[in-house]
Design a protein around this ligand. Sequence first.
Ligand SMILES: NC(=O)c1ccc[n+]([C@@H]2O[C@H](COP(=O)([O-])OP(=O)(O)OC[C@H]3O[C@@H](n4cnc5c(N)ncnc54)[C@H](O)[C@@H]3O)[C@@H](O)[C@H]2O)c1
Length: 446
Amino acid sequence: MNHGTTQSHPDVLHRHIDSREAQLAILGLGSVGLPLAHAFVAAGFDVLGYDIDGEKVARLERGDNTLHHLPEGFVADLVASGRFHATTDPERLSEVDVAIVCVPTPLDSERKPDLSCVRDAGRKLAAHTRPGVLVVLESTTWPGTTRGVLGDIFAERGRTAGVDVFLAYSPEREDPGRNVPASAIPKLVGGTCEQSKALALRLYSAAIEVVVPVSSAEVAESAKLLENVFRAVNIALVNELKVALAALKVDVWEVIDAASSKPFGFMRFTPGPGLGGHCLPIDPFYLTWIAREHGVATRLVELAGEISREMPKYVVDRAVAALSARGRDVSGARILVLGLAYKPEVDIVTESPSIRLIELLEDLGAACEYSDPYVPVAPTVPGHDIGQRRSLPLDADVVAGFDLVLVATDHKAFDWDMVARSARLVVDTRNALAGRLDGRAHYFKA
Ligand SMILES: NC(=O)c1ccc[n+]([C@@H]2O[C@H](COP(=O)([O-])OP(=O)(O)OC[C@H]3O[C@@H](n4cnc5c(N)ncnc54)[C@H](O)[C@@H]3O)[C@@H](O)[C@H]2O)c1
């Protein structure tokens, strides 16, 4: 497409999307940005990936898979297509007609939304993109961010939304480890005006099988929060039920299986050691924060967060009780934590409860090791310190050498039969060994 500075009419961008002449940029090449780049390249677009992480960009340019859960050859194929390039140079954003922002939206030290990455990406776009660019935000955030935060950043540069920049929001529903291509996950699209909505619809319809338009960016932003809050609240509910039913000596897993036989009005959620990952421990607090700013309390959402944050402590109490039932004190006990990643088949340790479990157990004097085929070395995680320990290879001798095996993540790669045969004592937060050890005196669910 024309790379001058004069503004082209939105109709021209519509045509260039249809003809695949439109140049795309994706800002933030992580769990969300990379699969999206793949979907647009597969649809015939040229995609410029922009990231501030120079090491990651260099690896991507070499075709290295930077995320374990992506299929083998995922990035190599992307690079081999000749349609994907990665850069750390923001000036290259001047080349593009469409920019999609997939940068992190964490919480700050006071657990308030931290939009610094979104603002940074927005400032670079406002500084470098040409008039008439379509900018779509995909990062999860509070309703009003696209119009307010991004709109204001462009306005500071004298650029007006709906006139020389078109702003839209399309939430990401990527589920790492599920291995569903981004193109097969239905996508919501909401604009800050009719033109931006129409452009974003045209764009996503070119690469995504099902695109669902909604009336505004704020509806799309809110829908994403609803999806995540729904999961967070329901997981907190089954975790609360787990604690209550354990006191009654009823197996919550059997109860959930039983309730799941109802063909309507029930949806299966399973308990665990707490919430991990990007979405569930963090995103609900974008909603609670913005609601509070408007004088509204979101008590159920807050309570769900509280219950989930208490789960690692509950699991540790169960581990202490299990050790004690075998006449062993937690202090000095050798404990093997199975799984450092927050969920099966991924290498992501963000907010992983396993890390909290290790911290709590070591506070009580236990000596912990972990095994996780996807996390060979424990990375440094903000706010936590479990040192630079390495994953232990899992075999019968290793398992038998520990006083307690704590199942935190049920990776398929673990040899559960071997664990069941070799472990002296097991505390299982995932029901991974049910069927193999149910009813045995050295098997405890938590
Ligand atoms: N991971 C998921 O499963 C998932 C699912 C749905 C939505 N989301 C949301 O999508 C957003 C991105 O999440 P993610 O999991 O892809 O994060 P990620 O940490 O995997 O990747 C983010 C990338 O953005 C880069 N980055 C940071 N600041 C930048 C900047 N100013 N400019 C350019 N690049 C920058 C980082 O270097 C990193 O490579 C978040 O808002 C998250 O909540 C994530």
